[in-house]
Design a protein around this ligand. Structure first.
Ligand code: FES
Length: 144
């Protein structure tokens, strides 16, 4: 069975078919072909909150906050836009994309994150922290 596709996008699978010509999909012979969506990658996020460890399976296109709330973990939050800093956390392992948030680069480099704009890039371990810890750090670095 031949497969055409790109990670995270829909795949076209065809049994015994040729994919040739100038346009792979456009000129593919599609006899017996079926469309299969591979979907987003899913990462394991181990989240420590109020002394408990929660293991979440978070798709790359979903925030850690969203998945935590969906799983019934009562994590503090408000704006869900990466602005109010009500959902702070410290990344202990792994990487997240939080480019939508307002944290300064040096605070992000120290491993701090806002759960509402944190999309996992790999398996992670993250711990929620008191809001004051991140607010004071962000104020110090933004006034430099
Ligand atoms: S809920 Fe406001 S910054 Fe996350």
């Amino acid at each position: 069975m031949a497969t055409l596709g790109v990670a995270g996008m829909c795949l076209v699978r065809a049994r015994g078919e040729r994919f040739g010509g100038n346009s792979a999909l456009g000129r593919a012979r599609m006899r017996g072909a079926r469309l299969q969506c591979a979907g987003p990658r899913v990462f394991e996020v181990e989240m420590e909150h109020e002394g408990k460890i929660h293991t979440l399976r978070v798709p790359e296109d979903e925030t850690i906050l969203s998945k935590a709330l969906e799983e019934g973990v009562e994590v503090p939050h408000d704006c869900k836009l990466g602005v109010c800093m009500t959902c702070p956390a410290k990344l202990e392992r792994g990487r997240v994309n939080q480019s939508e948030g307002m944290l300064s680069d040096d605070v992000v480099d120290k491993g701090y994150a806002l759960l509402c704009v944190a999309y996992p890039l790999e398996d992670c371990r993250i711990r929620t922290i008191p809001e004051d810890e991140l607010v004071s750090l962000q104020l110090v670095t933004s006034s430099d």
